[in-house]
Ligand binder design. Structure first.
Ligand SMILES: Cc1cc2nc3c(=O)[nH]c(=O)nc-3n(C[C@H](O)[C@H](O)[C@H](O)COP(=O)(O)OP(=O)(O)OC[C@H]3O[C@@H](n4cnc5c(N)ncnc54)[C@H](O)[C@@H]3O)c2cc1C
Length: 361
């Protein structure tokens, strides 16, 4: 029998105080993961002396629009996600994934924060959040840090959460801002280029910019080249040049139709320009690898391609190869290899259809 003291508070500051003062504190949000682990005496559960119930902290239940991102509190439940217009309109893959989680009861209690911090390889919100390049805000009594979700997830059931921290927000950047960050964020590369000040050709061109045709955009880069990164970023945001259109899909397969943990899932987000060239793409399978991550080889193979010229079947095979290159051959490989290939193929075909339908509108 596990013995621990149950603590509860409605205030974030007091929760952080508890974490600061006490050793061996475990957090409880909706309880749909941790209570099962406690009951099963799961080996994954570290020893703890206190269970701190944070579910009454109203300050952690919000969905709000900020300048360049939408911010969700960690206590937002799956049901709240499904019913939220802001999320539906901006990040449909998150909604589609939330709809597949457990049963009504689980969706009403389970939270986005719990899904992330439990860090199961099969956690359904991780692939979409990674695909949208979400960031997590982690707070302790004396500090606050923001980390890309891809860096926060350290392994299966492992995160970078410190014992005195609480996940206090999840920030999902507007897709176009994301695109910019992905392609031009590399500040060191910026600095390197900056050193060669006389060579405009080199200075102007962030290394991934081959498909960006907007001269104004390049001008902004060259004119303001000695400004800091944030100023470049601001220029981009003001002018909003890239005008990509996004298409997406989420698929999940499990052992049965309802209340099922993913045996495999796939979040796919594709941004195309006016000429139907894929400029931005995120391919993130769930339960395919020890922890969800972008399938970079597939993403690279898609970037710069015209949508109608892609070969979904071949890209599916490429995804299967990428999976095996990460996991090696396992007992599940004979099942997962063709399954991931099919999910990628099907996801790309959905996107192709959506693009064609959009053209007709
Ligand atoms: C029957 C059943 C079906 C399920 N089906 C699915 C499914 O289909 N897909 C799926 O992805 N999951 C599924 N789950 C798992 C679970 O419901 C989800 O992962 C859920 O989102 C967990 O949220 P929670 O609030 O209940 O987390 P909790 O159990 O309260 O916490 C989970 C972990 O996160 C930590 N934690 C929670 N909040 C924070 C925070 N703010 N800061 C730091 N650490 C925190 C806790 O300490 C704990 O380690 C299922 C569970 C059950 C019991």
């Amino acid at each position: 029998m596990l013995e621990y003291e149950l603590l509860t508070t409605g205030r974030l500051s007091q929760a952080l105080e508890y974490l600061d003062k006490l050793e061996g504190v475990k957090l409880l949000a909706g309880g749909t993961d941790i209570l099962v682990d406690i009951k099963k005496k799961s080996g994954r559960l570290p020893e703890f002396d206190y269970l701190l119930d944070i579910s009454n902290i109203d300050a952690l239940k919000f969905i709000r629009q900020k300048n360049d991102f939408i911010e969700l509190g960690p206590l937002v439940t799956h049901t709240m996600i499904i019913n939220n217009r802001l999320i539906k309109d901006n990040f449909p893959v998150i909604v589609e994934a939330a709809k597949t989680i457990g049963s009504n009861q689980i969706r009403n209690r389970g939270t986005i924060g719990g899904n992330i911090c439990n860090a199961s390889p099969a956690a359904d919100l991780l692939p979409p959040l990674l695909a949208y390049r979400a960031e997590v805000v982690l707070e302790s009594r004396d500090s606050k840090r923001v980390l890309p979700l891809s860096e926060f997830i350290k392994g299966p059931y492992r995160t970078d959460l410190k014992t005195n921290e609480i996940l206090t927000a999840i920030q999902v950047p507007n897709l176009k801002v994301n695109y910019f960050k992905d392609n031009f964020k590399d500040k060191d590369r910026f600095k390197e280029n900056n050193d060669i000040k006389d060579n405009k050709e080199t200075n102007n061109k962030p290394s991934n910019s081959t498909n960006i045709k907007d001269d104004n955009f390049k001008d902004n880069f060259s004119n303001n080249f000695n400004d800091n990164f944030d100023d470049h970023f601001k220029d981009y945001k003001l002018n909003n040049h890239l005008n990509l259109k996004y298409f997406s899909s989420f698929q999940k397969i499990g052992r049965r139709r309802a209340v099922t943990i993913a045996r495999l899932s796939l979040a796919l987000v594709v941004g195309i320009d006016a000429e139907k060239i894929i400029q931005d793409v995120r391919v993130v399978p769930g339960a395919a690898t020890p922890y969800p991550r972008s399938f970079i080889t597939v993403e690279e193979a898609l970037k710069g391609r015209a949508v109608e010229k892609i070969d979904p079947e071949a890209l599916g095979r490429l995804a299967a190869e990428e999976m095996v290159s990460i996991t090696g051959e396992r007992w599940s490989t004979p099942y997962k290899k063709p399954a991931i290939a099919t999910l990628v193929k099907r996801g790309l075909m959905i996107v192709e259809k959506e693009v064609a339908a959009d053209e007709e509108d």
